[in-house]
Design a protein around this ligand. Structure first.
Ligand code: DQA
Length: 149
C-alpha cells in the first residue's frame, strides 16, 4: 500500500487559534483527521507530523527516505522562506512532494514571496486554506496511480 506523509512546520500546531484571518478556524487535528480519512478511503496509508524544530523535520524526511515513503505533502510554514536545510533533505531522499500554504503568500509581506521549495516541488498550492491540503492529497494519489499504470 502506497504511503503519503504530511509534514507541518512551525506554529501550525496553533491552527484554530492563530491569526484566523490568514489561517482559518480548523485545528491541525481537524486537518490531519480529514487527510487520513481521505487517504485510507482511497487505499493509501497516511501519517501526519508537525514540529517547531527544523532538525526534527529534517530527521523525519531522512526517515521517510529509509522507509521509502512514496509522496510527501509539506507546509514548511516560516521555514519556507529560510530553510535551505529542509530543501536539501527533500532533494537528498528524492521523494516527490507538494508544497502547501493555507494563506496566499503572494498577497502578504514580500519576505513571504520567496520559497526555497517551489522550484523543486511537483507543485505548490497557496491561498486555498485547509482545503489546499486535500487538493494536494488528491493530486498525490492521482500521480501515484498514473505511475502504476
Ligand atoms: C504559511 C505561510 C508562511 O509564510 C507562514 O510563515 C506560516 C504559514 C501558510 O500556510 O500560509 O507559518 O506556510
Amino acid at each position: 500500500m502506497a504511503q503519503i506523509n504530511v509534514l507541518h512546520g512551525p506554529n501550525l500546531n496553533m491552527l484554530g487559534k492563530r491569526e484566523p484571518g490568514h489561517y482559518g478556524n480548523d485545528t491541525l487535528q481537524d486537518i490531519n483527521t480529514r487527510l487520513i480519512t481521505l487517504a485510507v478511503t482511497e487505499g493509501y496509508q497516511c501519517e501526519c507530523f508537525q514540529s517547531n524544530a527544523e532538525f526534527e523535520l529534517i530527521n523525519k524526511i531522512h526517515q521517510y527516505g529509509e522507509q521509502q515513503v512514496d509522496f510527501i505533502i509539506i507546509n514548511p510554514a516560516a521555514f519556507t522562506h529560510t530553510s535551505i536545510a529542509i530543501r536539501d533533505a527533500l532533494l537528498a531522499v528524492n521523494i516527490p512532494f507538494i508544497e502547501v500554504h493555507l494563506s496566499n503568500v503572494y498577497q502578504r509581506e514580500t519576505f513571504r514571496h520567496h520559497s526555497y521549495f517551489s522550484d523543486v516541488a511537483k507543485g505548490t498550492i497557496t491561498g486555498l486554506g485547509a482545503q489546499g491540503y486535500e487538493f494536494a492529497l488528491q493530486s498525490a494519489m492521482t500521480q501515484l496511480q498514473l505511475q502504476k499504470n
